[in-house]
Design a protein around this ligand. Structure first.
Ligand SMILES: C[S@@+](CC[C@H](N)C(=O)[O-])C[C@H]1O[C@@H](n2cnc3c(N)ncnc32)[C@H](O)[C@@H]1O
Length: 262
């Protein structure tokens, strides 16, 4: 069975860009508390196409550096293309990045744990080894069960149900955001902060949910027929045409763990 369902289309790249901009603005205080400051060394583990890595590279400035890691060669290529002088990108697993132990001030892991059922603790354990004593691990992940689009459309609820089923078959926890604090303390880190936010924003025309990026994976699992895909496409096109923009509700959680100083 394939392990990662989301294909990198232009629509998906735009979604990452939007998420990175939103995160930088709405989590600014938490990023600072996690050590994302001028001159810092930051690892972005499971960096995807590098939208967040590029923002981190800007924030740490020319005297800082960002090392970004992803196991997907397409994501690595996209992240390199998004590149900045103080950003290096390499291919590697989130629980075995190949980075030097204690080599960075901060490790950021965003929207990766939900794709790694049963491996979440191993990933956070590894991150804990990468930060220097006193350094921090920053986790951000979702509770997908609280995701809503309004106005509600039964076709898109059905699409999300199929997406959830795909993950559930692999033991993935799409509500892992609720467990971030436990994962940090399980890795021997001090739980410095654990916050949640319900982000509420209008969806732009052309916006598609993560489930839409997973159509190939759903089809391969027998969870999407061509007729299903036509229904879902029609529903999204109706959303695109709405004058009053539909509203998205996304439950996001953030946690910061500090490696004890000695
Ligand atoms: C949803 S994307 C998030 C990308 C980025 N962190 C962000 O928030 O914009 C998840 C990324 O994590 C990567 N990924 C998932 N599990 C991984 C693992 N075990 N090791 C390395 N990369 C992983 C995927 O290849 C994908 O690029």
């Amino acid at each position: 069975m394939s392990e990662y369902p989301l294909q990198l289309s232009d629509v998906e790249l735009a979604r990452y860009q939007f998420m990175a901009e939103t995160a930088a603005a709405s989590e600014a205080d938490l990023w600072t508390a996690a050590g994302v400051v001028d001159g810092a060394a930051v690892a972005d583990v499971g960096c995807g196409p590098g939208a967040v890595s590029a923002v981190l590279a800007r924030l740490v400035g020319p005297t800082g550096r960002v090392v970004a890691v992803d196991r997907d060669p397409n994501a690595v290529a996209a992240a390199r293309a998004a590149g900045a002088a103080n950003l290096t990108v390499s291919e590697g697993a989130a629980d075995d990045t190949g980075l030097e132990p204690a080599s960075v001030d901060t490790v950021m892991i965003r929207h990766v744990l939900a794709h790694n059922g049963g491996r979440e603790q191993a990933i956070v354990d590894h991150a804990a080894t990468l930060v220097r004593p006193g350094g921090r691990v920053y986790l951000a992940d979702i509770d997908m069960s609280a995701f809503r689009l309004r106005p509600k459309d039964a076709r898109l609820v059905d699409l999300d149900d199929r997406y959830n089923e795909w993950h559930s078959r692999r033991g993935n926890d799409l509500s892992v955001g609720l467990r971030l604090g436990e994962l940090l303390t399980g890795a021997g880190l001090e739980d410095v902060a654990h916050h949640g936010r319900y982000q509420i924003f209008p969806s732009r025309p052309g916006f598609r949910t993560p489930a839409w990026a997973a159509l190939d994976a759903l089809a391969a699992d027998g969870l999407a027929t061509p007729e299903d895909i036509d229904h879902w496409a029609a529903a999204f096109e109706e959303y695109d045409a709405m004058e009053v923009r539909p509203t998205m509700f996304v439950a996001l959680f953030f946690a910061i763990g500090r490696r004890p100083a000695s």
